[in-house]
Design a binder for this molecule. Structure first.
Ligand SMILES: NC(=O)c1ccc[n+]([C@@H]2O[C@H](COP(=O)([O-])OP(=O)(O)OC[C@H]3O[C@@H](n4cnc5c(N)ncnc54)[C@H](OP(=O)(O)O)[C@@H]3O)[C@@H](O)[C@H]2O)c1
Length: 127
């Protein structure tokens, strides 16, 4: 996705149907995996269009750097250190989101790149 120009068309095309393709947006969008790659690019683009970003990943310094990059309305955004492969971590994120935002996000984009070993679900930790 890269810089500010590339990817705009794709975001617009996908976003029009769910109301994030326009500027002056007012959606709350939770994006997992915002520290780099697609998740980070999407967070920056949607924040620039006026949407509120709730972002998570595991690398605190990258979350801090994204927070300071999004200076406009940065108080509206929320960046949380969360490991989406850990149930307790996700539950804690949900608790904080409900507490700080007063309800669930309008849209969730699961962009965190995780590859899990094949496992029987009932043998996974915490399930
Ligand atoms: N790039 C492509 O061309 C492409 C094509 C098709 C599909 N995809 C899929 O699209 C998704 C994003 O791709 P990408 O290229 O943007 O990946 P990426 O650059 O590797 O970024 C992955 C993001 O996910 C976060 N992450 C990884 N494991 C996590 C975990 N357990 N908990 C929370 N955050 C986690 C990483 O942050 P931390 O390490 O800081 O946690 C990082 O912010 C992936 O699922 C990928 O398989 C990508």
């Amino acid at each position: 996705m890269g810089g500010s120009g590339s990817g705009r068309g794709a975001v617009k095309g996908i976003g029009m149907g769910i109301g994030i393709g326009r500027s002056g947006g007012n959606r709350t969008v939770l994006i997992t995996g915002v520290s780099k790659g697609i998740g980070r690019a999407l967070a920056i683009e949607l924040a620039n269009r006026g949407h509120t970003i709730i972002g998570c990943s595991r690398t605190q310094e990258k979350l801090d750097s994204l927070q300071s990059l999004l200076t406009t309305n940065s108080n509206h955004h929320l960046f949380l250190n969360t490991d989406v492969s850990c149930n307790n971590s996700v539950a804690e994120m949900a608790r904080i989101v409900m507490e700080k935002k007063g309800g669930p996000p309008d849209i969730i984009v699961n962009s965190a790149g995780t590859i899990n070993k094949n496992n029987k679900m009932w043998e996974r930790n915490g399930l």
